[in-house]
Design a protein around this ligand. Structure first.
Ligand code: FAD
Length: 358
């Protein structure tokens, strides 16, 4: 069921409504389909692929294809070898929803979810739905986060966020400051430093994972930790090992000696940045690789967000609304649930719970 639907006056009724047709929404769809549930997936994008459609073309996953797969169907290894790129993931997700005939309706933007008697009412730009259960799987890409620093508006150069970075070509020959200590920063720094003069600023010294630790090993660590916690024990988590996967491009940049980070600056100036000790740096471009926040504005009418904007959950179910589940946003909705391989596990658990409720 593809293509936009026209607005109708009477709401459509469905048992389960999934908001978001990225990997988390599709993983939920897979399990709902297997269970024979009455459900629909509403997705704001024109085409399949979720956030991966917007990632910079040279982005590489930090895991091999077989460790980047949703339930039921393994992602094919790229014909070019190496780890899959963003376009490989888009192709895989497009094939996945076709193969399992998932009822994704797009483009449909969900504007608000509100309580309405025994159902949740879902207001969209293509009319109103009513659902007994709503699964929100809207990701984070749509809410890029830039920390506030004094002088942010005074800087006269170019500022962009990871979400809007398209590749190093446009930055050739310029002086670029990359901000952030995670995988996006390291991968972007690696390729920009090949064509531009770069400086790297991080809150704390960057922590590269050992070369033999990739997303596959991280998933195993997250799984072991989850099992340990369930048994009332402790075990190291992913964050205890390091932050940055040493994918080939990052290793190559390390060999070139460009992965040296400065501490965070105190403020921006019209021509660059300044540190508290008076050191200044002029630059043409600042790239904020400073992460994302969950895209949850459609849930505002439910008034579930607590201090810091988080929604309290029990497992994947909203603590304050038993008919609402949240999938894929981060570890708070299940260990590794914001990764391709982890989305399936949390979706399976969530759908099992949903089915007992219907
Ligand atoms: P999304 O892919 O964002 O999908 C959400 C969908 O919901 C989108 O189609 C969106 O348009 C739609 N939507 C949003 N709001 C609404 C609304 N109100 N109404 C209707 N539809 C809506 N994971 C890995 O496993 N391996 C990696 O190597 C990896 N690398 C990453 C690199 C970067 C730079 C980033 C940012 C993330 C990476 N991830 C990786 C993490 C994760 O896999 C992705 O963020 C992934 O896109 C999350 O999938 P999702 O389905 O939760 O959200």
């Amino acid at each position: 069921m593809n293509g936009p639907q026209t607005a109708t006056t009477s709401p459509r009724l469905v048992d389960v409504l999934v908001i978001g047709g990225g990997q988390a929404g599709l993983a939920a769809g897979y399990h709902l389909r297997r269970a024979g549930a009455d459900f629909v997936v509403l997705d704001a994008q024109e085409r399949p692929g979720g956030a991966w459609r917007h990632a910079w073309p040279s982005l590489r996953l930090f895991s091999p294809a077989q460790y980047s797969s949703l339930p039921g169907r393994m992602m094919p290894a790229p014909t070019t070898g190496g780890y899959p790129g963003a376009a490989d993931v888009v192709a895989y997700l497009a094939d996945y929803e076709q193969r399992y005939q998932l009822p994704v309706v797009r483009p449909v933007q969900v504007r608000a979810v509100r309580r309405s008697g025994e159902c949740l009412q879902v207001d969209t730009d293509a009319g109103v739905w009513r659902a007994r259960i709503v699964i929100s799987a809207t990701g984070t890409w749509w809410r890029p986060y830039v920390p506030h620093y004094p002088g942010l508006d005074a800087f006269q150069g170019q500022q962009l966020h990871t979400a809007h970075y398209r590749g190093p070509e446009a930055l050739a020959g310029r002086s670029v400051l990359v901000v952030g200590g995670g995988n996006s920063a390291a991968q972007i720094l690696a390729e920009v430093s090949a064509v531009a003069s770069t400086t790297w600023a991080t809150l704390r010294p960057p922590r590269l994972l050992p070369d033999d630790v990739d997303g596959r090993a991280l998933f195993e660590v997250a799984t072991r930790r989850q099992r340990a916690l369930q048994a009332g024990q402790t075990a190291p988590g992913v964050g205890d090992l390091g932050d940055i996967v040493a994918v080939p491009a990052v290793r190559e940049a390390r060999e070139r000696g460009v992965l040296k980070a400065e501490p965070m600056f105190a403020r921006l100036t019209p021509t660059g940045v300044a540190w508290a000790d008076g050191t200044v740096l002029d630059c043409d471009v600042v790239i904020w690789c400073t992460g994302f926040r969950p895209a949850l504005t459609h849930l505002a009418p439910l008034r579930l967000r607590g201090p810091g904007g988080a929604v309290a959950v029990e497992g994947t179910r909203a603590a304050g609304e038993a008919r609402l589940y949240l999938l894929g946003y981060g570890d708070w909705t299940g260990p590794a649930s914001a990764t391709l391989i982890g989305a399936g596990r949390t979706a399976k658990q969530a759908v099992a719970e949903v089915l007992t409720q219907l």
